[in-house]
Design a protein around this ligand. Structure first.
Ligand SMILES: C[S@@+](CC[C@H](N)C(=O)[O-])C[C@H]1O[C@@H](n2cnc3c(N)ncnc32)[C@H](O)[C@@H]1O
Length: 244
Protein backbone atom coordinates (compact mmCIF):
# COMPACT_ATOMS: atom_id res chain seq x y z
CA UNK A 1 0.00 0.00 0.00
CA UNK A 2 1.80 3.09 -1.23
CA UNK A 3 2.39 5.92 1.26
CA UNK A 4 1.31 3.67 4.15
CA UNK A 5 3.06 4.14 7.49
CA UNK A 6 2.05 1.89 10.43
CA UNK A 7 1.37 4.69 12.89
CA UNK A 8 -1.42 6.05 10.66
CA UNK A 9 -3.48 2.98 11.62
CA UNK A 10 -3.60 4.20 15.23
CA UNK A 11 -4.40 7.91 14.97
CA UNK A 12 -6.89 9.94 17.05
CA UNK A 13 -9.90 8.65 15.09
CA UNK A 14 -8.97 5.01 15.66
CA UNK A 15 -8.06 5.61 19.32
CA UNK A 16 -11.44 7.25 19.85
CA UNK A 17 -13.41 4.20 18.72
CA UNK A 18 -10.90 1.39 19.47
CA UNK A 19 -12.36 0.18 22.77
CA UNK A 20 -15.91 0.14 21.40
CA UNK A 21 -15.11 -1.83 18.26
CA UNK A 22 -15.31 -5.57 17.61
CA UNK A 23 -14.59 -8.12 20.32
CA UNK A 24 -10.90 -8.90 20.51
CA UNK A 25 -11.18 -12.08 22.52
CA UNK A 26 -11.95 -13.06 26.06
CA UNK A 27 -10.17 -10.44 28.17
CA UNK A 28 -10.80 -12.19 31.51
CA UNK A 29 -9.32 -15.44 30.19
CA UNK A 30 -6.38 -13.52 28.67
CA UNK A 31 -5.58 -11.80 31.95
CA UNK A 32 -5.90 -15.02 33.97
CA UNK A 33 -3.54 -16.80 31.54
CA UNK A 34 -0.97 -14.00 31.68
CA UNK A 35 -1.21 -13.57 35.46
CA UNK A 36 -0.34 -17.23 35.96
CA UNK A 37 2.74 -16.96 33.74
CA UNK A 38 3.83 -13.67 35.29
CA UNK A 39 3.78 -15.35 38.73
CA UNK A 40 4.26 -12.06 40.52
CA UNK A 41 5.82 -10.16 37.60
CA UNK A 42 7.11 -7.84 36.36
CA UNK A 43 5.45 -7.91 32.95
CA UNK A 44 5.94 -5.93 29.74
CA UNK A 45 3.24 -5.51 27.08
CA UNK A 46 4.50 -4.85 23.57
CA UNK A 47 1.99 -2.49 21.89
CA UNK A 48 0.07 -1.71 25.06
CA UNK A 49 -2.48 0.49 23.26
CA UNK A 50 -5.39 1.67 25.39
CA UNK A 51 -4.54 -0.79 28.17
CA UNK A 52 -7.29 -3.28 27.35
CA UNK A 53 -5.16 -6.10 28.84
CA UNK A 54 -2.49 -4.23 30.81
CA UNK A 55 -4.93 -2.41 33.12
CA UNK A 56 -6.84 -5.48 34.36
CA UNK A 57 -3.53 -7.37 34.69
CA UNK A 58 -2.00 -4.58 36.74
CA UNK A 59 -5.20 -4.45 38.86
CA UNK A 60 -4.29 -7.99 39.93
CA UNK A 61 -1.09 -6.71 41.50
CA UNK A 62 1.33 -7.38 38.64
CA UNK A 63 3.64 -4.51 37.67
CA UNK A 64 2.98 -4.02 33.96
CA UNK A 65 5.12 -1.74 31.77
CA UNK A 66 4.34 -1.05 28.15
CA UNK A 67 5.71 0.06 24.79
CA UNK A 68 3.70 1.75 22.04
CA UNK A 69 4.30 4.27 19.26
CA UNK A 70 0.86 5.90 19.18
CA UNK A 71 0.39 8.97 21.40
CA UNK A 72 -3.37 8.81 20.70
CA UNK A 73 -3.74 5.20 21.92
CA UNK A 74 -1.58 5.85 25.01
CA UNK A 75 -3.62 8.99 25.82
CA UNK A 76 -6.67 6.72 26.06
CA UNK A 77 -4.77 4.43 28.46
CA UNK A 78 -3.75 7.42 30.59
CA UNK A 79 -7.35 8.62 30.83
CA UNK A 80 -8.51 5.34 32.44
CA UNK A 81 -8.37 4.55 36.17
CA UNK A 82 -4.87 3.26 36.95
CA UNK A 83 -3.59 4.38 33.55
CA UNK A 84 -1.13 6.84 35.05
CA UNK A 85 0.57 4.17 37.13
CA UNK A 86 1.81 2.27 34.08
CA UNK A 87 5.25 3.14 32.70
CA UNK A 88 5.00 3.41 28.93
CA UNK A 89 8.00 3.78 26.64
CA UNK A 90 7.12 5.48 23.35
CA UNK A 91 8.74 3.80 20.34
CA UNK A 92 8.83 0.74 18.11
CA UNK A 93 8.17 -2.38 20.16
CA UNK A 94 10.56 -4.36 17.92
CA UNK A 95 13.40 -2.43 19.59
CA UNK A 96 12.30 -3.12 23.19
CA UNK A 97 14.20 -0.02 24.28
CA UNK A 98 13.58 -0.59 27.98
CA UNK A 99 16.00 -1.31 30.83
CA UNK A 100 15.93 -4.53 32.86
CA UNK A 101 14.35 -7.94 32.50
CA UNK A 102 10.80 -9.25 32.79
CA UNK A 103 9.26 -12.53 33.86
CA UNK A 104 6.56 -12.02 31.24
CA UNK A 105 6.68 -10.23 27.90
CA UNK A 106 3.57 -10.47 25.74
CA UNK A 107 2.12 -9.23 22.47
CA UNK A 108 -1.55 -10.04 21.81
CA UNK A 109 -4.23 -9.80 19.17
CA UNK A 110 -2.14 -10.17 15.97
CA UNK A 111 0.00 -7.16 16.87
CA UNK A 112 3.34 -8.89 16.23
CA UNK A 113 2.15 -8.89 12.62
CA UNK A 114 2.09 -5.09 12.60
CA UNK A 115 5.85 -5.46 12.06
CA UNK A 116 5.91 -5.65 8.29
CA UNK A 117 9.00 -7.71 7.50
CA UNK A 118 10.33 -11.05 8.67
CA UNK A 119 13.54 -9.28 9.70
CA UNK A 120 11.67 -6.89 11.99
CA UNK A 121 9.66 -9.73 13.55
CA UNK A 122 12.88 -11.70 14.20
CA UNK A 123 14.42 -8.56 15.75
CA UNK A 124 11.44 -8.39 18.08
CA UNK A 125 11.99 -12.00 19.18
CA UNK A 126 15.71 -11.35 19.71
CA UNK A 127 15.06 -8.26 21.80
CA UNK A 128 12.33 -10.01 23.80
CA UNK A 129 14.76 -12.86 24.55
CA UNK A 130 17.34 -10.33 25.79
CA UNK A 131 14.82 -8.83 28.22
CA UNK A 132 13.42 -12.10 29.55
CA UNK A 133 14.45 -13.58 32.90
CA UNK A 134 15.86 -17.12 32.73
CA UNK A 135 12.49 -18.50 33.88
CA UNK A 136 10.49 -15.93 31.87
CA UNK A 137 7.86 -16.36 29.16
CA UNK A 138 7.36 -14.54 25.88
CA UNK A 139 3.71 -14.90 24.80
CA UNK A 140 2.57 -14.23 21.25
CA UNK A 141 -1.10 -14.35 20.21
CA UNK A 142 -1.99 -14.22 16.54
CA UNK A 143 -4.31 -15.59 13.90
CA UNK A 144 -3.27 -18.58 11.84
CA UNK A 145 -3.12 -17.22 8.27
CA UNK A 146 -4.98 -20.22 6.74
CA UNK A 147 -7.98 -18.08 5.71
CA UNK A 148 -5.85 -15.92 3.42
CA UNK A 149 -4.97 -19.01 1.37
CA UNK A 150 -8.64 -19.78 0.64
CA UNK A 151 -9.51 -16.43 -0.95
CA UNK A 152 -10.67 -15.99 -4.53
CA UNK A 153 -8.05 -13.84 -6.34
CA UNK A 154 -6.36 -13.15 -2.98
CA UNK A 155 -8.94 -10.55 -1.97
CA UNK A 156 -12.16 -10.11 0.02
CA UNK A 157 -14.83 -7.64 1.14
CA UNK A 158 -16.46 -8.41 4.51
CA UNK A 159 -19.37 -6.71 6.21
CA UNK A 160 -18.29 -5.66 9.72
CA UNK A 161 -21.34 -3.70 10.88
CA UNK A 162 -24.66 -2.58 9.50
CA UNK A 163 -26.68 0.14 11.27
CA UNK A 164 -29.58 2.39 10.31
CA UNK A 165 -27.27 5.25 9.30
CA UNK A 166 -24.01 3.48 8.45
CA UNK A 167 -22.24 0.42 7.09
CA UNK A 168 -18.69 -0.67 7.89
CA UNK A 169 -16.79 -2.85 5.42
CA UNK A 170 -13.42 -4.56 5.60
CA UNK A 171 -11.74 -4.51 2.17
CA UNK A 172 -8.50 -6.47 1.81
CA UNK A 173 -5.95 -7.99 -0.52
CA UNK A 174 -3.41 -10.67 0.42
CA UNK A 175 0.03 -11.21 -1.09
CA UNK A 176 1.15 -14.80 -0.43
CA UNK A 177 4.73 -13.98 -1.42
CA UNK A 178 5.30 -11.28 1.19
CA UNK A 179 2.58 -12.76 3.49
CA UNK A 180 1.18 -9.25 3.69
CA UNK A 181 -2.48 -8.35 4.15
CA UNK A 182 -3.34 -4.85 2.92
CA UNK A 183 -6.65 -3.88 4.48
CA UNK A 184 -8.87 -0.81 4.76
CA UNK A 185 -11.84 -0.50 7.07
CA UNK A 186 -14.41 1.63 5.23
CA UNK A 187 -17.16 3.42 7.16
CA UNK A 188 -20.00 4.67 4.93
CA UNK A 189 -22.43 6.97 6.69
CA UNK A 190 -24.65 9.97 6.08
CA UNK A 191 -21.76 12.22 7.16
CA UNK A 192 -19.40 10.79 4.55
CA UNK A 193 -16.77 8.10 4.07
CA UNK A 194 -14.00 7.30 6.52
CA UNK A 195 -11.03 5.05 5.64
CA UNK A 196 -8.79 3.26 8.16
CA UNK A 197 -5.94 1.44 6.38
CA UNK A 198 -3.84 -1.21 8.10
CA UNK A 199 -1.14 -3.53 6.76
CA UNK A 200 -0.03 -6.69 8.54
CA UNK A 201 2.50 -9.42 7.78
CA UNK A 202 1.17 -12.80 8.90
CA UNK A 203 3.42 -15.69 9.91
CA UNK A 204 2.51 -19.34 10.40
CA UNK A 205 3.12 -20.78 13.87
CA UNK A 206 6.02 -22.80 12.44
CA UNK A 207 7.68 -19.58 11.24
CA UNK A 208 7.22 -18.04 14.69
CA UNK A 209 8.93 -21.08 16.21
CA UNK A 210 11.92 -20.58 13.90
CA UNK A 211 12.08 -16.90 14.83
CA UNK A 212 12.13 -18.00 18.45
CA UNK A 213 14.96 -20.47 17.79
CA UNK A 214 16.97 -17.76 16.04
CA UNK A 215 16.50 -15.70 19.20
CA UNK A 216 17.61 -18.59 21.41
CA UNK A 217 14.10 -19.35 22.68
CA UNK A 218 12.02 -22.54 22.49
CA UNK A 219 8.31 -23.24 22.35
CA UNK A 220 7.02 -24.19 25.81
CA UNK A 221 3.25 -24.25 25.17
CA UNK A 222 0.84 -23.70 22.29
CA UNK A 223 -2.91 -23.25 22.57
CA UNK A 224 -5.79 -22.26 20.30
CA UNK A 225 -7.02 -19.70 22.84
CA UNK A 226 -6.59 -18.16 26.26
CA UNK A 227 -8.62 -20.89 27.97
CA UNK A 228 -5.98 -23.41 26.87
CA UNK A 229 -8.08 -24.91 24.07
CA UNK A 230 -6.07 -27.58 22.22
CA UNK A 231 -4.31 -26.29 19.10
CA UNK A 232 -5.39 -28.41 16.11
CA UNK A 233 -5.29 -28.37 12.29
CA UNK A 234 -8.53 -26.34 12.25
CA UNK A 235 -7.56 -23.73 14.86
CA UNK A 236 -7.81 -20.16 13.62
CA UNK A 237 -6.03 -18.53 16.57
CA UNK A 238 -2.74 -19.38 18.22
CA UNK A 239 -1.30 -18.55 21.64
CA UNK A 240 2.39 -19.47 21.80
CA UNK A 241 4.53 -19.39 24.94
CA UNK A 242 8.31 -19.22 24.45
CA UNK A 243 11.10 -19.34 26.98
CA UNK A 244 14.86 -19.89 27.37
C1 LIG B 1 -4.56 -3.59 17.76
S1 LIG B 1 -3.84 -2.49 18.92
C2 LIG B 1 -3.59 -3.56 20.31
C3 LIG B 1 -3.50 -2.82 21.61
C4 LIG B 1 -3.54 -3.70 22.84
N1 LIG B 1 -2.38 -4.57 22.87
C5 LIG B 1 -4.81 -4.52 22.84
O1 LIG B 1 -4.73 -5.74 22.78
O2 LIG B 1 -5.89 -3.93 22.90
C6 LIG B 1 -2.23 -2.34 18.29
C7 LIG B 1 -1.35 -1.39 19.06
O3 LIG B 1 -0.04 -1.60 18.59
C8 LIG B 1 0.61 -0.36 18.47
N2 LIG B 1 1.70 -0.60 17.50
C9 LIG B 1 1.58 -1.12 16.26
N3 LIG B 1 2.79 -1.27 15.70
C10 LIG B 1 3.68 -0.81 16.61
C11 LIG B 1 5.10 -0.70 16.62
N4 LIG B 1 5.85 -1.12 15.59
N5 LIG B 1 5.70 -0.20 17.73
C12 LIG B 1 4.95 0.22 18.78
N6 LIG B 1 3.62 0.14 18.83
C13 LIG B 1 2.99 -0.37 17.76
C14 LIG B 1 -0.47 0.58 18.04
O4 LIG B 1 -0.16 1.93 18.33
C15 LIG B 1 -1.66 0.08 18.87
O5 LIG B 1 -1.74 0.72 20.10
Amino acid sequence: MEKYTPVMSFDEHVAEVYDGLAQRGDEMATVAFLERLASGGPALELAIGTGRIALPLSARGIRVDGIDFSPAMVAKLRAKPGGNQIAVTMGNFADLAVPGTYRLIYVVFNTLFNLLTQAEQVRCFENAAAHLTDDGSFVVEGAVPADWYRLRNNQYVDLEAVEVGSVRLDVARYDPVTQTLEETHVLLSSTGIQLNPIVTRYAWPSELDLMARIAGLRLKERWAGWSREPFTSTSSNCVSVYGH
